[in-house]
Design a protein around this ligand. Structure first.
Ligand SMILES: Cc1cc2nc3c(=O)[nH]c(=O)nc-3n(C[C@H](O)[C@H](O)[C@H](O)COP(=O)(O)OP(=O)(O)OC[C@H]3O[C@@H](n4cnc5c(N)ncnc54)[C@H](O)[C@@H]3O)c2cc1C
Length: 397
């Protein structure tokens, strides 16, 4: 068993952990920075399994961190991809409305976009048809030209290259196991660190609790399933999203165009039964199952909104139902098709235990020796660079 010493120890090599390491290096050129990643590579969890959309920042209430970080993260990530020569599909996004009531939400989003300083235009049905002839909307739609797509794994690989070049160390296959007196224990040895930054995704709450943090919270894993759409490359020109239910952190089933021009339908937002419940019984852990079952059970019994959300999400496990949701957004969807399910992703969604509410914004707790990212809520991929600046401001304050 080895013993290591470092100035900054980051637990978790997702987009948040890697971005924090990059930002720390900018601010502290001589510090020893180490990232621990329990998997053999980056991108095994949420950061490598998301929709790959660089969001614009108009969904979120203007006073939220999410609004601020999404707007500047959009600019930062486009610049990073340009510099690293990562292909970006600048396809834009249409938000469409199904009826008059939904159309009112378009106005709310347009106003949020205006306050958040995001380029956005309310357009009529015929303008929407010029942008995407298959998009269906009631009378008006919202056009977001700055929403685009990347392959998230290419971004993670570029971050790894950048960290290695600047002398930070990445230890793959090394898991944070427990906190010691003045050190932490991993499966490979002991590490003494000046500052520990916990960016462990679905495990961040469990790690935080060992440091006496995050006592009011529990992370619930929510699974996002995608369907690979039976569409030719380029058949759809832009992302098409429904108006979201603004009381939940999820955006509803949508049509996304990848960096490679391929179309995906989804994702769902169904409670997963354990943290890494991607398929079958793989990665099953009884403790996690009991934690999820008790938190979801309690929420189901006491929260009517959650019951409604869970029921509607569970219906999306049926391919015909999911396709019928998509057919509300675009024409020409073959409802009898049996397209493949793609790899799923799992969101680490924070629940505030006293109010039993799903937390909609970023949550960070810490002290002089450790900082814990408890809710790297979607779209944390888009937000990662400004969010890491925010974390470093806290570390160096
Ligand atoms: C289906 C889906 C679609 C999404 N779509 C988008 C989108 O289009 N655009 C967008 O901006 N965002 C999107 N998101 C959100 C975004 O992907 C996440 O918010 C973001 O990736 C979270 O990053 P992270 O670094 O916090 O977590 P992760 O990527 O989960 O990284 C955490 C890392 O910590 C490691 N780890 C855990 N425990 C330990 C331990 N004990 N020791 C060492 N390592 C540990 C894990 O192996 C993992 O690699 C989506 C998410 C999902 C699931």
């Amino acid at each position: 068993m080895s013993k290591k010493i470092c100035d900054f120890l980051i637990v978790g090599g997702g987009v948040v952990g890697l971005s924090v390491a990059r930002e720390l290096r900018k601010r502290s050129p001589k510090a020893s920075i180490c990232v621990l990643e329990k998997e053999g590579n980056v991108g095994v969890h949420a950061s490598g399994r998301n929709s790959g959309v660089i969001h614009a920042g108009f969904y979120y209430s203007p006073d939220s961190m999410k609004a601020k970080f999404t707007r500047s993260g959009n600019l930062d990530l486009h610049q990073f991809c340009d510099e690293a020569k990562i292909p970006v599909n600048r396809c834009g996004k249409l938000v469409v409305a199904g009826d008059e009531k939904e159309e009112q939400v378009l106005d709310v989003l347009a106003e949020r976009g205006r306050i958040n300083g995001v380029p956005l235009t309310l357009i009529d049905k015929s303008q929407a048809a010029d942008i995407e002839p298959r998009a269906k909307t009631y009378r008006r739609a919202l056009w977001s030209p700055s929403t685009s797509s990347i392959n998230p794994r290419q971004v993670l690989d570029a971050l790894v290259t950048c960290l290695k070049k600047t002398g930070s160390s990445l230890s793959f296959g090394e898991t944070f196991v427990r906190k010691g007196q003045n050190s932490i224990q991993t499966n490979k040895g002991t590490i003494e660190a000046g500052m520990i930054i916990n960016c462990a995704g679905t495990y961040a709450d469990a790690i935080a609790k060992q440091f006496g943090m995050g006592r009011d919270y529990v992370i619930l894993p929510f699974k996002g399933l995608f369907i690979y759409a039976p569409e030719a490359n380029g058949a759809i020109r832009t992302h098409v999203y429904p108006v979201p239910d603004l009381s939940t952190p999820f955006l509803g089933v949508h049509v996304t165009i990848g960096a490679d021009g391929k179309t995906k339908y989804g994702p769902t937002a169904i409670p997963a039964l354990w943290n890494e419940h991607y398929q079958g019984l793989k990665n099953f852990r009884m403790g996690e199952f009991l934690k999820v079952a008790s938190a979801v059970g309690r929420k189901f019994l006491t929260d009517g909104e959650f019951r409604r959300l869970a029921r509607s999400e569970i219906r999306k496990l049926s391919r015909p139902f999911l396709l019928s949701q998509v057919s509300r957004l675009i024409s020409g969807v073959d409802l009898s098709a049996k397209p493949e399910w793609g790899p799923s992703g799992i969101r680490a969604q924070l629940v505030h235990k006293p109010t039993k509410s799903l937390v909609m914004d970023f949550v960070v707790e810490g002290d002089k020796r450790s900082l814990h990212v408890l809710n790297a809520v979607s779209p944390a991929f888009t937000c990662a660079f400004p969010f890491s600046r925010h974390l470093c401001d806290r570390i160096f304050s």
